[in-house]
Design a binder for this molecule. Structure first.
Ligand SMILES: [Zn+2]
Length: 90
């Protein structure tokens, strides 16, 4: 039985995923979502780097605690593909 995850569902389970917890089915569903969703791949990559930096912190709380900062960084990463320099005449 295949389950399609939404982005927020992936994010909710991201801590399990990076910890190696959760069911094989869940992990596979997340992996499949990552294959299609660049935004979630960026979040995963950033989260894994963050977890390495804060390994002593309860990993379950990290993704939620840093999610706002992650999104800020993601928007920056994504915007780098579409430079807007020169578009504004301010
Ligand atoms: Zn996604």
């Amino acid at each position: 039985m295949k389950k399609t995850l939404l982005c927020n569902e992936v994010l909710e389970n991201l801590s399990c995923y990076v910890d190696g917890d959760g069911s094989a089915e869940l992990r596979q569903a997340i992996t499949q979502h990552m294959a299609r969703c660049r935004r979630c791949r960026v979040i995963l990559d950033t989260t894994q780097r963050t977890l390495k930096l804060v390994a002593d912190v309860d990993p379950f709380e990290v993704p939620l605690a840093v999610s706002a900062r992650l999104y800020t960084r993601i928007e920056r990463v994504l915007s780098e593909d579409f430079p807007t320099e020169g578009l504004t005449g301010a």
